[in-house]
Each structure stands twice: as structure tokens, then as C-alpha cells.
Design a binder for this molecule. Sequence first.
Ligand SMILES: NC(=O)C1=CN([C@@H]2O[C@H](COP(=O)(O)OP(=O)(O)OC[C@H]3O[C@@H](n4cnc5c(N)ncnc54)[C@H](O)[C@@H]3O)[C@@H](O)[C@H]2O)C=CC1
Ligand SMILES: NCC(=O)COP(=O)(O)O
Length: 330
Amino acid sequence: MTAPIALSCGEPAGIGPEIAAKAWSAMRDSCPFFYIGDAAHLPPSTPVARISHPSEAIDTCATALPVLQLDFPAPNVPGEPDPANAPSVVAAIEQGVSLVQSGAASALCTAPIHKKALIDGAGFGYPGHTEFLAALAGRDRVVMMLASDQLRVVPATIHIPLSEVPSALTPELLTETILITAEGLRRNFGIAHPRIAVAGLNPHAGEGGKIGSEEVDWIANLITDLPTKDFTVTGPHPADTMFHAAARVRYDAAIAMYHDQALIPIKTLDFDKGVNVTLGLPFIRTSPDHGTALDIAGQGIATPTSLIEALKLAQRMAHSSKLSMSATKS
Ligand SMILES: NC(=O)C1=CN([C@@H]2O[C@H](COP(=O)(O)OP(=O)(O)OC[C@H]3O[C@@H](n4cnc5c(N)ncnc54)[C@H](O)[C@@H]3O)[C@@H](O)[C@H]2O)C=CC1
Ligand SMILES: NCC(=O)COP(=O)(O)O
């Protein structure tokens, strides 16, 4: 039997507890997962089963949301992150990682964190889960992919100011991003020969050097010269014409140069079903595509669909990784 999925609570003052409870209600018969966080922060009507080990989630999930209890120091006020709780938010992620690394959990799914609240309350030294998980796993480079049925997209640079993008975008970063993405498409999405399309940095991909020089200086040559035995890479493509329906069928994933170039198209196309996946980690990690939504926390109106898709994708990825491990052994 596949181990259950660990769901870290994220910022409890956001919509994490509510969508966790709603996802459990929708998936209780099909996708065992357990919540790492404080049961007292969940909506009061949520049936809860406190567990002492992830394996207990398999049997309890049908009747109650399994909770691996982490006592937070402060009660939860929806919409108002309490700095006292910030270290426990980080501890929930760390516990999830340790359980997935030990094999007690098959995958980690993370509910959204409020980055500023963690920096202010816990001195969190990372711009997001992606970089924190890479550090915990001892990986120098991982890749953030946002995936839905309509589009997969990867920002080469992630949470940095726009003014820093041109200098952060190096040939080494772009090469590793393309290679990790190709491997992730093969391993996690079952695409034998992935097709990757790379966006330009500048308007019209630089218009032949007339509107920015990065494309002619190095991006085009890097794409042409990249050894691609088992994948195809094209570009640099003008980013403004890469995301309409006819363009999207030509590739399996688009590499964008910066955060909003990647996330605006997918959140416009599929905000309710987009999933954030970290590629290049030694374990499976998914997350909903949205954030903490403090503005609607505690109102009962949050949509759990992106979290449900994130849990389903984690389950599929865990299943296929188990199958490939048993094929390797036999
Ligand atoms: N994986 C993670 O931990 C992520 C964390 N964040 C963090 O979340 C915080 C808030 O970010 P924002 O930019 O405001 O984005 P957001 O996604 O939290 O909210 C944007 C808008 O979408 C709505 N919304 C979001 N999720 C919803 C849902 N499930 N159902 C109904 N409405 C929903 C919100 O009410 C808000 O109006 C920031 O600190 C950001 O860094 C953002 C994205 C991912
Ligand atoms: N905009 C995407 C996002 O903020 C997710 O970041 P991470 O916490 O998954 O690194």
C-alpha cells in the first residue's frame, strides 16, 4: 500500500485549514492524506482523528481528517497572521519533509504560507517553499512548475524583484532549468520525449537585438547548442504569443524568464485547478497555485479545487514512482 500524503498546514490565518477540511470531505474515500498542524485551527465542524503516525491515516481518513498534531502557541484569528505562530508554520513543513524522506509519507503537499508573516515572525530566510525545500533536501537547484490540464509553465527566475531578473538569468540557470524540466516531464508526467518552448526576456524576444540584447547575445545560441538527446527545445519565443490555444499545443512546458511571465497565463487560464510542483527534489512536493487569501479567510467561501488537484497530482506521482521503483527492482 502507498503511504499517505503529508499536508502541511501553511499559514493558519489564511484559507489553508478551511480548504484542507473541504479537500478531506471531497477525497476521503480516494486519497488518504493527513494534516500536519493544530487541530484547534481547523473549522469547528471538521471531524478530526488525531494520529500518532502517518500509517494510521489510511484507516481513519474515511471517517475523519487525520491530524498529526502540532501545538501552535497562539489561537487562530482568520485574516491576521500571528507572529507567535510563524515558527510552528515552518516546523510543519520541516516535519512533512522528514516524514516523506523517511518513507512514512509518499509525498508532501503544502498549504500556502504567508511569506511576509514568516519572515517577520520566524526570520524565515527563504522567499518560498521552493527554496526552503531545496535547502532541506540539499539541492542547489530545483525548478518551480505550475501545471494544469491546459498549460505547464516554469519561471526560470522566481521570487526576485523584476530589476534583478536580467542579472540573475544566467546561461547556467537557464540550462539547468531546461534540463530539470525535461527530466521532470519524463519522470513525473510520463512524457517520453518532452517538447520545451523557451520564452524571450524582452518584448518580441528582443526584435533581433533592437529591443534588448539578451536573446541575440546568448539565449538563442544556448537553445541551439543544448544537447537534447531525448527532448526538444525551441525558442526564444516572443512571450506574448506563446500562451494562446494554438501555441500551447506545440509544447509540453514553457520556460518563462520571470515569475509573472509564467504565472499570469496559468492563473488566467486555470486559477482554480493549477498546481505548483517542485521538480528536482528527491521527493514529491505539490501545492495549490494560490496563496493564503487572507481577505476571505474564515468566511467559508474558499474554493478547495486547486488543493484537491495538488493532492491528486501528488498521489499520481507517488503511484508512478512506486511502479518505476518496483520495475527497477524486478
Ligand atoms: N505556495 C504558497 O505558499 C503561496 C503563497 N503565496 C502567498 O500568499 C500570500 C497572499 O498572496 P496573494 O498574492 O494575495 O494571492 P492569493 O492567491 O492569496 O489571493 C489572490 C486573490 O484570489 C483569491 N483566492 C485565492 N485563493 C482562493 C481560493 N482557494 N478560493 C477563493 N478565492 C481565492 C483571494 O481571495 C484573493 O482575492 C502572499 O504572502 C504570497 O506570498 C502565494 C502563492 C503561493
Ligand atoms: N507564486 C508562487 C508561489 O508563491 C509559490 O511559492 P512556493 O512557496 O511554492 O515556493
